[in-house]
Design a protein around this ligand. Sequence first.
Ligand code: SF4
Length: 431
Amino acid sequence: MLAAVSTAPPPSSSQATPAPRDRGDACPGTLRLHAADDGALARVRVPGGVLTTGQAHALADVARRLGDGELHLTSRGNVQLRGLPDACGGELAGLLDAAGLLPSPEHERVRNVVASPLSGLDGRGTREVRPWLTALDAALCASAASRGLSGRFLFALDDGRGDVASLGADVTVRATADDGALISLGSARESLRVAGDDAPRVALLAAEVFLEFARHGGERVWRIDELGSRAAELAPAVRRRLTESGIGCVRARQDTTVTGGPPPGVIGSALCVHAPLGRLTASQWRELAEVAPGELRLTPWRGIVVPAPDMTASERDAALSRLAATGLVTDPSSPWPGVGACIGRPGCGKSHADVRADAARTLAAASGSRLPLYWSGCERRCGHPRGDRVDVIATAEGGYRLTGGDGDGPPRTTDLDDVSRLATALAAITS
Ligand code: SF4
């Protein structure tokens, strides 16, 4: 099995450009690598962010044997391996396949599913989403049509708390208290209410109807919101398809209550840690896999949830201390969860700066910001989160430009020539 290497810029999974494209979907995977400045890059899809500890160890081995030894978490709870040799495709695919991380090579780039990471662990939410996740992933891999989805098309399975429902997925399934589910398509305000047990089937069916729409328009559209005015016709078409398939549904208002990802610490029966800038060293990853009784759940907020239902409170505290000793963030007051960055220099040739180093150097200033910060090496802002934030964008002149606001008015902008003055610049645009 050979992997192709693309030299096009690596598309960010979080970017939803509202215009059709005239070139192919270059989203990297494990069989289609991206040629970055620090070597080839592979993106390993991890539906729901769920890895067994055996799979976690296997990924660490792959990173050490073939890559730069580190693992990078994406804004969809996937894993990127960097610094790979161009010719490693066959070996990489074989190692991932042996670990059960490549169940269907034809679908490897379309298994983009985020799921509430604390589902079933903290008493919140109205439904345990794991059965949905298992069913949707199996249905995706069994569908010939779904191979046509873009590597950017995203499913979200929300247990009702409103965490992954806020991530702008193409198909969002949200549990309701009456054992049902609300299905939302892109950013449309209306939802469809279906029986909870039908939800995975409905999610796949909605994606397949979207593919028919996308093909019919004769344009390359990869995400539902890129359908433009035709997006309004999608929900009625999905309703018709459900009726033809004998699946009951009614129109419903969307539940707009949202919440963020889990903060670091012990929550319910889980340990929650944050990986600064989504980067984990091999030793951090190994410690996580050794502390975890059975599985890890990678979060779309660059964190890791370790389910530990059978640990005592003191065992959880001790395990969290072990993880803190590796440099993972376990303190809920840490500013790190509010700071993100693209890969920047030296990994990306488009970058004007080593944004990760600058983000780390100015962490104390970031801790005083009311809004999250996202550092980017250029205007593309790969991997930026949704929602209110301050974008800190490197410029060709050697400085940064800050843009942001809290949504109450137009975004403000200010220039920053010296990163040691970040606190002053932040105050200028967020006060
Ligand atoms: S510098 Fe950052 S934002 Fe720009 S293309 Fe590279 S990774 Fe993307």
